[in-house]
Design a protein around this ligand. Structure first.
Ligand code: NAD
Length: 472
């Protein structure tokens, strides 16, 4: 078992004020694989003081210095990408086949994108007799989840550094190792003391101490709606800005003229990526009533590819759920779905037959799902796809928009203009037309309960800036 016994404050590894630890489990084997310090409020006070003092000079660092730092961080991620990917497979249960390219590869791309953006981003412009300057927002508290643990960290830390902000990070207690490796990478890259600080710990202690700290200028949170609400309230009490990246219940809408087989196949793969533990997953598939039975057959055949297995086996597409709690949530919601009339066409509740241990569930496709039912409304965060039939395009739009969330979505049609028109009418932060691929420099974030604020690209950098007008 690996032991991380310190936290990173003021440019070095230091002891937490408490000797308590958090045990980190491998969800495939249910064995404890690491421990990290269960940090405290006192640790957060130290980390924020360190970030505040470092801000005095880092805010005036040159764009060139920030770019060089990001470039060295990118090289560090590349050098240690296998180690990062394996840590995520072991703690989250992400199959290695996606952990390499997505869990470790995407964060490098994001860091690179901010190094590049710094060449062209206009931090100043003139309007009338004013010079408008975009300055570093200040000291940032970053609180992140476990599902894409390095990506979520990098989506905050890279633009924060690019903006001239300093950071106190609390990673998820379920998958903290990448945060430790990332701190090492930053240290080796020469991040100035206090510019980046890491306090591991539980949400109730460390998370709340960060969100409610009066010296923070911005709290950037990614996670669930309930915790996001609490974080937003704590920040608001100090008039601290908060950026909240929350859950989703996105719809993939297959219009009748679309390539049905392609649309259904891609949508199922999307829904089951990372065991369905993806905030932007298309967990509802909307298909015209006339094509519904055919779509169900195709979906069930794709689901059969997702046999649960060891995440470290390169052939595995579906690892375990990240925790016992997550598995329990999936099972509970599947039970409710069946009570409310859904029909299992692939997978279903219960432990998969060939998995004696580990938090495994089966990749499940549900048919006859009513748009108002619990399974169509609640974020499951597991490999559960709800197939919903619609009557006509207006009906499809109503169902797509019948959600408290608005994070992502897709539309499929032989007529691109028709698809784009449809995409414009869906109340959601992202829409993919005919499988348009993920763009790491496009704004990412939610409408409605999916959150406030945007990450990635220039919009992501702007989250970490303040605006000043200097009249001349
Ligand atoms: P979570 O809300 O349980 O935890 C997120 C983080 O908040 C963790 O670090 C946790 O320790 C911390 N936390 C818990 N209680 C806290 C409190 N009272 N105060 C402050 N911090 C606290 O979420 P999770 O289970 O880690 O992640 C899954 C959720 O994240 C899903 O809802 C998913 O949709 C969402 N998510 C959203 C995005 C996005 O970009 N929109 C991306 C990934 C995940």
């Amino acid at each position: 078992m690996e032991i991380f016994d310190q936290i990173y404050i003021g440019g070095g590894w230091v002891d937490s004020s408490s000797s308590e630890v958090i045990e980190v489990e491998n969800p495939a084997t249910e064995e404890i694989v690491r421990t990290v310090p269960a940090g405290t409020r006192e640790d957060v006070l130290k980390a924020v003081a360190s970030a505040k003092s470092a801000f005095e000079s880092w805010q005036f660092s040159t764009v060139g210095e920030r770019k060089e730092l990001l470039t060295r961080i990118s090289a560090g991620i590349a050098r240690r990408s296998d180690e990062l990917a394996t840590a995520i497979s072991v703690e989250v249960g992400s199959p290695v086949r996606i952990a390499g390219p997505i869990q470790a590869g995407l964060p490098k791309t994001v860091v690179d994108s901010y190094a590049t953006l710094l060449d062209s981003f206009e931090f100043e412009h003139k309007v009338g007799n004013s010079l408008v300057v975009r300055e570093a927002a200040g000291v940032v508290g970053a609180i992140t989840p476990w599902n894409y643990p390095l990506h979520q960290i990098v989506c905050k830390v890279a633009p924060a550094l690019a903006a001239g902000c300093t950071v106190v990070l609390k990673p998820s207690e379920l998958a903290p190792t990448v945060a430790y490796l990332f701190a090492d990478i930053l240290h080796e890259a020469g991040v100035p003391a206090g510019v980046f600080n890491l306090v591991s710990g539980h949400g109730a202690a460390v998370g709340e101490a960060i969100a409610g700290h009066p010296d923070l200028d911005l709290v950037s949170f990614t996670g669930s709606v309930n915790v996001g609400k609490r974080v937003g309230e704590l920040a608001a009490a100090n008039i601290t800005r908060s950026a909240l990246e929350l859950g989703g219940k996105s719809a993939s809408v297959v219009l009748p003229d679309a390539d049905l087989a392609k649309a259904v196949k891609v949508s199922v793969h999307n829904a089951f990526l990372n065991g369905g533990q993806t905030c932007m997953a298309w967990t509802r598939m909307l298909v015209h009533a006339d094509q519904y039975d055919e779509a169900i057959e195709i979906a069930a055949s794709v689901a059969a590819l997702y046999q649960p297995g060891d995440p470290l086996d390169p052939a595995t597409r579906l690892g375990p759920m990240s925790s016992a709690a997550q598995r329990g949530r999936v099972e509970t919601l599947l039970g409710v779905a069946l009570d409310e009339g859904a029909r299992v066409v692939a997978g279903g509740p219960g432990r998969p037959a060939d998995q004696a241990r580990g938090h495994y569930v089966s990749a499940t496709v549900l048919a006859d799902v009513r748009p108002d039912s619990t399974i169509a409304q609640e974020e499951v965060f597991g490999p559960v796809l709800s197939m919903i039939a619609y009557d006509d395009e207006e009906d499809a739009l109503r169902i797509a928009n019948n959600s408290a969330y608005g994070l992502a979505g897709a539309v499929w049609s032989a007529d691109e203009r028709r698809a784009i028109d449809f995409a414009r009418r869906v109340r959601t932060g992202q829409m993919d037309v005919n499988g348009g691929r993920f763009n790491p420099i496009a704004p990412f974030g939610g409408y409605k309960k999916s959150g406030t604020g945007r990450e990635l690209g220039a919009a992501g950098l702007e989250e970490f800036l303040e605006t000043k007008a200097i009249q001349l």
